[in-house]
Design a protein. Structure first.
Length: 285
């Protein structure tokens, strides 16, 4: 499903670009002209496509090579204020949320269905070596707050392209759930106890984002907007610490061979967002 959606959204970007070019070239002197607003409030929904190492199979998560998610959805609100007379430069603040998901409909990975007092396990041991039949699911939550600048390519048509860049703070946490057919206890097998949830503890990370988009004005006060963003959410603040709580894990995004020999590389949390929504324009330049 996520592959088809990615193709659709990329195609939409191309079609919008073609439409913008054709529309601008065909503007006439009598066409409706729109003035730049003083404040923009954007309400957006998005499909988010993880990049490596965020994108991976579930096995890679337990080998500390990825996070076992393959697609995501989210929403965002942006408040932008024109900082110059022409309204081309707009500092903004943004609040957003993404939920990334992945699943394995054939296997579960924690054979005893419990994480005891230590994770990652010592001596290079992992949970990926002997998967057990069943189903498993990964969910990562990413709440973000950002501040940045946008440059609008101002014209008096209904189309306004823009570019932007931002610095962001992210609170990331998640849940791994599995429903094994059986579990291994004391070397023997017993029937599966049903679904068990394991918590990925919350962590604060800092990163950046870049964007390119376009507004389509339908009224002086209202526009539709479409944009794409690239976000790198854990450029700064990576950390890996062994947890000692029942059924809990850390984000473990920093290389740490002292915790486990397989943790030779840091894991990046980066992705593309494809956003579509409405913008409310307040005031006139």
């Amino acid at each position: 499903m996520y592959k088809k959606l990615s193709v659709f959204l990329i195609s939409a970007v191309i079609l919008l670009s073609i439409s913008f070019t054709n529309t601008v070239s065909s503007q006439s002197a009598g066409a409706t002209k729109f003035k730049q607003s003083v404040v923009n409030v954007d309400l957006l929904f998005c499909y988010s496509q993880p990049m490596p190492n965020l994108f991976s199979n579930m096995t890679d998560f337990f080998n500390f090579q990825g996070y076992g998610v393959k697609y995501g959805f989210g929403s965002q609100i942006n408040v932008k204020i024109a900082a110059n007379k022409k309204g081309t430069i707009k500092p903004y603040i943004s609040l957003g949320y993404n939920m990334f998901m992945g699943s394995d409909n054939n296997n579960t990975y924690i054979d005893s269905n419990i994480i005891g007092s230590i994770y990652p396990m010592i001596n290079g041991t992992t949970y990926s070596g002997n998967p057990i039949p069943g189903t498993s699911k990964m969910i990562l939550h990413d709440f973000s707050a950002a501040g940045g600048f946008e440059y609008d390519f101002v014209n008096k048509t209904r189309w306004t392209p823009y570019l932007g860049a931002e610095l962001n703070m992210n609170v990331i946490f998640g849940t791994y759930r599995q429903s094994p057919d059986h579990v291994i206890v004391g070397g023997g097998q017993i029937a599966g106890p049903g679904q068990t949830s394991f918590t990925i503890n919350s962590a604060v990370r800092f990163g950046f984002g870049t964007e390119a988009g376009i507004y389509m004005r339908v009224h002086q006060a209202i526009a539709f907007t479409f944009c794409t963003k690239f976000k790198f959410d854990n450029l700064l603040g990576k950390s890996s610490v062994r947890t000692t709580e029942l059924n809990k894990m850390g984000l473990l995004d920093k290389s740490a061979t002292d915790l486990n020999p397989l943790m030779t590389k840091s894991r990046n949390i980066d992705y593309f967002e494809f956003l579509l929504g409405v913008s409310f324009n307040i005031g006139k330049k």
